[in-house]
Design a protein around this ligand. Structure first.
Ligand SMILES: NC(=O)C1=CN([C@@H]2O[C@H](COP(=O)(O)OP(=O)(O)OC[C@H]3O[C@@H](n4cnc5c(N)ncnc54)[C@H](OP(=O)(O)O)[C@@H]3O)[C@@H](O)[C@H]2O)C=CC1
Ligand SMILES: O=C(O)[C@@H]1CCC=N1
Length: 271
């Protein structure tokens, strides 16, 4: 029998991304088990990644060290409660948006709970995840939980649990804003006479280049923006239009809505 160390409950998009990272880091496929009710998803995980996937916990015979909870927040409570006794001795790492450590500790009857907010660039090892654990969680458990997410990118600990809702508004949902922006740039490029493919290539390369420049530069984004903006030139025409339309304020409002939804989900799915 394989010695299981990591169990994923829920084998969807995020679970798959993290499992891929763990395997790339050299974790043996035999040490990763997934519980996933959807048969096609189970088969894909087994065939593509070589991990074991069960339909439910009845077939779970392996000992489990770390459980990664990767189901939707809506179903987390009943799923956790159903498996709490069976997984009592494990360290629990939840990636579900909104749901608090206090609620999960209660459902699991365990204090060994770490909460994380990862993002989908984890799929290519370029994720960033916010992590939170309350004072009950010891250093060894914090390190073990962080190691799971470090397999797919950077990690950032926050001091207050509420800050995870801000992490959600920034980096958790953030990739969607970037893709939204790419869609807009592609659409504009086409309207301005480029092909869809040309516009997309230019937009993606611009995002990649500008992000890499920001990451390497010591300057603020404001200064970097000013360097693109020649006096009376084209960028100025674009950014003054953005300012006139109050795009920054609208963007901040969108992120506020994201943050507020995360906090609301804690009430909706955490009781
Ligand atoms: N996607 C993202 O960018 C991010 C997501 N998250 C969080 O990650 C979690 C998972 O999200 P994501 O991967 O996108 O969602 P998915 O819907 O892709 O994955 C969830 C999976 O859990 C399965 N599932 C449902 N019920 C059970 C059960 N009882 N036992 C085991 N598995 C079950 C679902 O199967 P079925 O489809 O058949 O219901 C599905 O395959 C969410 O809590 C979300 O808040 C966090 C950060 C970023
Ligand atoms: O949209 C969501 O609820 C999840 C959490 C962060 C990204 N996706």
């Amino acid at each position: 029998m394989a010695m299981a160390t990591t169990l994923f409950v829920g084998g969807g998009n995020m679970a798959r991304a993290i499992i891929g990272g763990l395997l790339q880091q050299g974790q043996a496929p035999t040490s990763i088990v997934v519980i996933e009710p959807h048969e096609a998803t189970r088969l894909a995980l087994q065939q593509d990644l070589g991990v074991t996937a069960h339909a439910d916990s009845a077939s779970l015979t392996e000992p489990v060290d770390v459980v990664v909870w990767a189901v939707k927040p809506q179903v987390l409570k009943p799923v956790m409660q159903a498996l709490a006794v069976q997984l009592h001795s494990a360290l629990h790492l939840s990636i579900a948006a909104g749901v608090t450590t206090a609620a999960m500790q209660q459902w699991l009857g365990s204090s060994r709970v770490v909460r994380a907010m990862p993002n989908t660039p984890a799929l290519i090892g370029k994720g960033i995840a916010g992590l939170f654990a309350n004072a009950d969680v010891n250093q060894a458990d914090r390190t073990a939980a962080a190691a799971v997410l470090q397999a797919v990118g950077e990690v950032l600990w926050v001091e207050a649990e509420a800050q995870l809702d801000a992490v959600t508004a920034l980096s958790g949902s953030g990739p969607a804003y970037v893709f939204y922006f790419l869609e807009a740039m592609q659409q504009a490029g086409q309207q301005l006479g480029l092909s869809a493919q040309q516009a997309y290539q230019l937009a993606v390369a611009t995002f990649e280049g500008a992000s890499a420049l920001a990451a390497r530069s010591e300057e603020t984004p404001e200064v970097l923006r000013q360097r693109v903006t020649s006096k009376g030139g084209t960028t100025y025409a674009a950014t003054t239009t953005l300012d006139q339309l109050d795009v920054k304020a609208h963007f901040i409002a969108a992120m506020q809505a994201c943050h507020d939804r995360a906090a609301e989900m804690a009430q909706e799915f955490g009781n």
